[in-house]
Design a protein. Structure first.
Length: 251
């Protein structure tokens, strides 16, 4: 009887449906999500191809595990790009109405930026030609830093977009912390077991299937940010139109 194949294949879940009547404020973020999904899928397809060229019953080589490491990095970069774009494009609209997004924005500046001696960046934003846009840029930088490092940054983005915690609770975000830990290990430690140089300097073992599940879950999470934001933007637009109609009637 021939030996069973040990070929490990990894595939991402299919893309979800684009938000119905997708508003312009969400279009760029959705496009980045689609591009990331395509890139990461391509990495896993290449990994499968490389495995098929050799002995599929053999062990996975370090160079093949590097494909999985690259998938982690691509996924994390896509999450950064998608959520930063979503914040920058959506907040201008969401902050035009009184709601949870505006409340989070106000709380952040009252507690973080408008206390004590104002920083030069804060002063520059306040006196900018377009103060609201400058404050939003500052806000996005405060929320995401140089990159999204874990579930706490995801929580900050969720709150900034006004997504109810009941719809995307902390436990759902915490589930993805291992993915961000892996991203840190790959990018900042080169996946060395002991990057300080003490003891073993072997590379961490990356289970291909586990990496695939982490990347897939992290990418699918983006839809939990994009879809409710699209709904909130459309609701804000309806509210703004209703307010304008009321003002016209009163006049």
């Amino acid at each position: 009887m021939p030996a069973a194949s040990k070929l490990v294949t990894v595939e991402l879940s299919p893309l979800g449906r684009k938000p119905h009547g997708c508003p312009p404020e969400v279009e760029r973020s959705w496009a980045r999500y689609v591009a990331t999904h395509k890139s990461v899928s391509g990495l896993f397809e290449t990994l499968t191809y490389l495995r098929q060229q050799g002995d599929p019953r053999g062990s996975i080589s370090e160079s093949q595990r590097d494909q999985a490491r690259a998938a982690i990095v691509f996924t994390a970069a896509g999450i950064d790009a998608c959520l930063r774009t979503l914040l920058r494009d959506a907040l201008a609209t969401l902050l035009q109405t009184d709601g949870p997004a505006h409340g989070a924005f106000t709380k952040h500046f009252h507690n973080q930026r408008l206390v004590g001696n104002l920083t030069r960046a804060t002063k520059s934003a306040v006196v900018a030609l377009d103060p609201r846009a400058a404050l939003i840029d500052l806000y996005v930088t405060d929320l995401t830093g140089s990159s999204i490092q874990g579930w706490k940054e995801l929580k900050a983005v969720r709150d900034a977009l006004g997504i109810p915690a009941d719809d995307l609770d902390n436990s759902a975000l915490q589930m993805h912390q291992p993915f961000f830990d892996a991203r840190h290990e790959v990018v900042h430690e080169l996946d060395l077991v002991d990057p300080s140089g003490k003891g073993s300097r072997g590379r961490r073992h990356r289970d291909i299937s586990a990496v695939g599940e982490q990347c897939d879950g992290a990418l699918r999470l983006l839809e939990d940010f994009i879809n409710p934001t699209a709904r909130a933007i459309k609701a804000a637009a309806r509210q703004k139109a209703a307010d304008a109609e009321t003002d016209t009637s009163d006049a």
